[in-house]
Design a protein around this ligand. Structure first.
Ligand SMILES: *Cc1c(COP(=O)(O)O)cnc(C)c1O
Length: 444
């Protein structure tokens, strides 16, 4: 067992000059693990010899792998603006810079400066949000999933919540309305059929144990053909008549009318509010275009009850979320849509995309690619099956090979009918040079 005797002593091994500038404690930890693994392999007769040089390199590799960043930026050339897997809404650097003044300093997060005593964390954004939406009160929680959970737990625990069979959705990442309901303690009372639910279905379901009539936005699917749903206004009127709470899980809420007639499928928040809902909730990082959050708005007395639920402590947002959200809402109040990248990308004129694509094509080489007009989707559980126009560069070559090569260089494109596309819809102009460089490298 010569090999066993040759195993280095840890104290001496870590003084190797290759490790000189590295963290001694981390090197020791990794070296110990690797020497131990080597010893086991020798004892199991899997190997007979080893070289110290290989061991040094292997420790170095493990060290650098561990310290390389896990979260890193990617370039989104898929055309999908709200790409959930790539982080949903972008935050404008100017928004982040303003917010950083709060994040990087002590603040009045829960400090009432006038009175010199404890203040209210939730007052900060509610002031701006109530002004923006014209609602009585708001509450912000960790995400919209938390919002749904908190509303159901507060108002329908041990009681029935009535929902249409056509709205028992599953959002990506296994958020399912029926499961969330049962976790919250609410009893799901399904009504209607998959394709049709009438106001009378809701009415017939109401009994002594009913607490809430709920509508859930079909965020990621549509029902075509022989189908109809009950308008929220009718559900609201029914709830009011019976002294129940009505609640609309909008999924995604947004402020201005959307281009390409997209607002006809999913209403802006202001339109939903015309029905005078008791409670609505939506995500902060879908079409609203800000940070991950769940925004609940509605009647003050109901929001107050939500604030008293002990669960809120588990779902509460921190200063990072609140300060970024506050900056986004201020941008809305001033109609500075240029500070909301999600909207800026969606509103970018098709001719502007086309001229940017043409310029990219000239840089890459006109023979290697062509500019095409095609369609894309919003993504992120919004505007399901609604396509709208976009411009893409079709890079010539084997699509799967190009897709992989670009992906390995942090650029995520898309394949459409065996063509590899760089879609400009979700692409910021500052990322174009990186794409041009990679395209020149890869295309012959
Ligand atoms: C997206 C969505 C949710 C979950 O929102 P998150 O902010 O991702 O937690 C809940 N309900 C509906 C209808 C949605 O579309």
């Amino acid at each position: 067992m010569q090999a066993l005797r040759n195993l280095p002593k840890i104290d001496k091994f870590i003084t190797h000059e290759a490790f000189q500038t590295l963290s001694p404690s981390l090197i020791t930890h990794i070296a110990q693990q690797q020497i131990k693994a080597l010893r086991e392999k020798i004892l199991a007769k899997e190997i007979e010899t080893f070289s110290e040089e290989d061991l040094v390199n292997s420790v170095l590799n493990a060290y650098h792998t561990l310290l390389s960043p896990s979260l890193k930026p990617l370039i989104n050339a898929t055309g999908v603006i709200l790409h959930t897997n790539m982080g949903r809404s972008l935050i404008d650097p100017r928004i982040l810079e303003n917010a950083s003044k709060v994040i990087c300093n002590y603040s009045n997060l829960e400090y009432n400066q006038d009175k010199g005593c404890r203040g209210e964390r939730y007052e900060h954004v509610s002031k701006h949000l109530t002004a923006l939406l014209g609602v009585e009160d708001v509450l912000v929680v960790n995400n919209n999933a938390s919002a749904v959970f908190l509303v159901l737990n507060t108002f329908a625990k041990g009681k029935e919540a009535v929902v249409s069979r056509g709205e028992l959705v599953e959002i990506g990442g296994s958020f399912r309305i029926p499961e969330v309901m049962s976790q919250s303690g609410a009893v799901l009372h399904e009504v209607g059929a998959t394709n049709k639910t009438k106001a009378s279905d809701y009415a017939n379901a109401i009994n002594d144990n009913t607490a809430l009539l709920m509508k859930v936005h079909r965020s990621n699917f549509t029902i075509e053909g022989f189908s109809s749903e009950t308008a929220y206004g009718d559900i609201q009127a029914l709830a009011q008549k019976h002294g129940l709470i009505d609640y609309y899980d909008l999924g995604s809420g947004y402020i201005p009318e959307l281009p390409y007639n997209l607002s006809s499928v999913e209403l802006p928040i202001a339109k939903v509010l015309e029905d005078n809902p008791a409670l609505i909730s939506f995500s902060g990082d879908k079409l609203f275009g800000s940070v991950q959050a769940g925004i609940i708005t509605g009647r003050k007395e109901l929001i107050n009850k939500l604030k008293k639920n002990q669960l809120l402590r588990m779902l509460r947002v921190d200063k990072v979320t609140l300060s970024i959200l506050e900056e986004s809402i201020k941008a809305y109040l001033e109609q500075r849509y240029d500070l909301i990248p999600t909207l800026k990308l969606l509103f970018t004129d098709i001719e502007e995309l086309r001229s940017r694509a043409e310029a990219m094509r000239q840089s890459i080489g006109a023979a290697r690619c062509e500019v095409i007009e095609t369609v894309t989707f919003m993504g992120g559980g919004t505007l399901p099956n609604r396509e709208f126009p976009t411009i893409a560069l079709h890079l010539h070559g084997k699509a799967t090979k190009l897709e992989r090569a670009f992906r390995q260089r942090d650029i995520i494109g898309r394949i459409d009918r065996d063509r590899f596309l760089i879609d400009l819809r979700a692409l910021e102009a500052r990322h174009e040079p990186a794409i041009i460089t990679v395209a020149k490298e890869l295309l012959v």
